[in-house]
Design a protein around this ligand. Structure first.
Ligand code: DX5
Ligand code: ZN
Length: 218
């Protein structure tokens, strides 16, 4: 299995102090930051877009920006996110009719490509062709659109199904993940762990990051 990566979701941070919040996470051991881009159309909320990512990249250039694109036309934002310093562009399977060509476009712009499946999308939506072309597969463990939701256990078998088919891929889980739910995620084979509330809301984020990391590594 690929190595463990913990990606704090900045959705749970204080947006008024975004750069400082990101620097705080680096100090606490994060290598990736999970940036939730929402367009108010694919999901009901609006969060941030390329201009804000550009500022974060300027403030913390060393961080790997894992951009989770909860948007209706993911083809539209590849250039902007690449120019903003995005390292990984993860779009939703449900939002595009041609995932393969989108993956190629993302690669052409020098980013890693991820594909996300929402709770009602089966793991079989990720065909061998899609899975082999993508760099990361994201199994949502809540309905996209809001931080702080309850982890949906019923999504976990999809992680195991994808891990069995793609032993060397990064497989990410996102939504309601924290010290209480990491066990099942790690056991099923996810190695990229997104956590918002559990990390930003903790008294000791460093400890939470290290707990999540060791759960994946064991
Ligand atoms: C939900 C977002 C998640 C969310 C995770 O739509 O994609 O990244 O911020 O937050 P928690 O860990 O609080 O569920
Ligand atoms: Zn996310």
């Amino acid at each position: 299995m690929p190595r463990a990566i913990i990606a704090p979701s900045v959705l749970a941070s204080d947006f008024g102090q975004l750069t400082a919040e990101c620097q705080r996470m680096i100090k606490n051991g994060a290598e990736w930051l999970h940036m939730d881009v929402m367009d108010g159309h694919f999901v009901p909320n609006i969060t941030m877009g390329a201009p804000i990512l550009t500022c974060v990249h300027k403030g913390v250039p060393e961080i790997f920006m894992d951009c989770h694109m909860m948007v209706s036309e993911p083809e539209k934002w590849v250039d902007d996110i690449a120019n903003a310093g995005g390292a990984l562009y993860c779009f939703h399977y449900e939002a595009t009719s041609d995932p393969i060509s989108l993956i190629h476009t993302i690669h052409q712009r020098g980013m890693r490509a991820g594909i996300a499946i929402s709770p009602d999308t089966p793991s079989t939506a990720i065909t061998d062709e899609i899975g082999n072309a993508a760099d990361m597969l994201l199994v949502m463990t809540v309905y996209p659109g809001l931080g702080g939701q309850k982890f949906l256990d019923r999504c976990v078998p999809k992680v195991a199904q994808l891990r069995a088919r793609f032993p060397d891929k990064d497989i990410e889980v996102d939504g309601g993940v924290g010290p209480k739910t990491i066990g099942v995620c790690a056991e099923a084979g996810s190695n990229v762990i997104v956590a918002g509330t559990a990390i930003f809301g903790a008294d000791n984020p460093e400890q939470v990051i290290s707990t999540l990391k060791s759960a994946v590594n064991t």
